[in-house]
Design a protein around this ligand. Structure first.
Ligand code: C2E
Ligand code: MG
Ligand code: MG
Ligand code: MG
Length: 287
């Protein structure tokens, strides 16, 4: 992605765009059998509430270990899964798996940890999307307010009314909606106002340039104020160092996610991350 390659580029694109046709076809071919062969796994990256220093939830991130291709990054295969519409099946699996896992964690800890799940616009456009989400909750027994759906600004490009009414309905059922990668896409403030979201996730590109660039600081502080005025929670993505965290804390940002706290971890890693929190209280973030 552009945002990971050059700090001053705000254009978002996908790794698969630069792939030779053959390589894309090859990935697509192996993607087709990946579902039935159980080659996908979810990893979970904690989100920490800055005010308390406690983990409040996790983002589910797909991992694909292909016996032929090895580990393939979602940055390389999600777009291909979208173009081939395989994302419909993959995304449904992600949703069910994430809800089931979080329900088991919440039963085990007795606490309402939240799970954030990335949703592709292709999934959202399906007629049975709402049904699949409600069904995932019902089957797992996870509380609706423990599920957050992460959508991106690409929804502004596709049948906006259709998707917004689905999101509104899900929100009315208590499910949370987050706008992911905020600031890199196409949103205008007038659209933002019409979206039934609960959370703004500020993209890593702004967090990366926080410490050295004054305009990034103003930008981040302005997003936080705007988000709060709209009644939204503001999360910073890709926080890698203590200076960034200190700035975000001072600026009243609600939550952070990033390598500073933890990389995405497999299931057993979630239990390990939550264990010290249960025994000693906050120890991830120091004053
Ligand atoms: P995203 O939803 O914005 O997820 C955040 C990405 O940033 C993840 O990359 C995460 O591992 C990475 N990250 C988190 N903290 C840091 C940090 O401090 N530094 C750096 N350098 N990176 C950090 P990942 O797992 O490779 O996923 C990339 C993208 O692929 C995601 O971006 C999301 O757009 C997509 N994706 C991942 N899983 C799914 C899924 O289940 N469904 C769909 N539709 N998309 C997914
Ligand atoms: Mg996300
Ligand atoms: Mg993001
Ligand atoms: Mg991203």
């Amino acid at each position: 992605r552009a945002k990971e390659e050059g700090k001053n580029t705000f254009v978002v694109y996908d790794k698969s765009m630069h792939m030779p046709f053959n390589e894309r076809m090859n990935i697509e071919k192996h993607l087709r059998s990946a579902m039935i062969n159980n080659e996908f796994q979810l990893h979970y990256q904690p989100q920490v509430e800055i005010r308390t220093g406690l983990i409040s939830g996790f983002e589910a991130l797909i991992r694909w270990n292909s016996p032929v291709l090895g580990f393939v990054s979602p940055l390389s295969f999600i777009k291909i899964a979208e173009d081939s519409r395989l994302i419909i099946y993959i995304g449904e699996w992600v949703l069910r798996e994430a809800c089931n896992f979080m329900k088991s964690i919440n039963d085990r800890t007795g606490l309402p940890y939240k799970i954030s799940v990335n949703i592709s616009i292709i999934q959202l456009l399906q007629d049975d999307f709402v049904e699949i989400v409600l069904d995932s909750l019902k089957e797992s027994g996870l509380a609706p307010n423990c599920l957050e759906l992460e959508i991106t600004e690409s929804i502004f490009m596709e049948s906006f009314e259709n998707t917004v009414s689905k999101l509104e309905f899900l929100k009315s059922r208590g499910i949370r909606i987050a706008l992911d990668d905020f600031g890199t896409g196409y949103s205008s403030l007038s659209y933002l106002q019409q979206l039934p979201i609960s959370t703004l996730k500020m993209d890593k590109i702004f967090i990366d340039s926080l410490v050295e660039k004054a305009y990034s600081q103003s930008f981040v502080q302005t997003i936080i104020i705007l988000g709060h005025k709209m009644g939204l929670e503001v999360v910073a993505e890709g926080v890698e160092d203590a200076d960034q965290l200190a700035f975000l804390k001072e600026s009243d940002c609600d939550k952070v996610q990033g390598y500073l706290i933890s990389r995405p971890v497999p299931q057993h890693g979630v239990i390990e991350l939550l264990e010290p929190q249960r025994r000693h209280g906050p120890e991830y973030l120091h004053e």
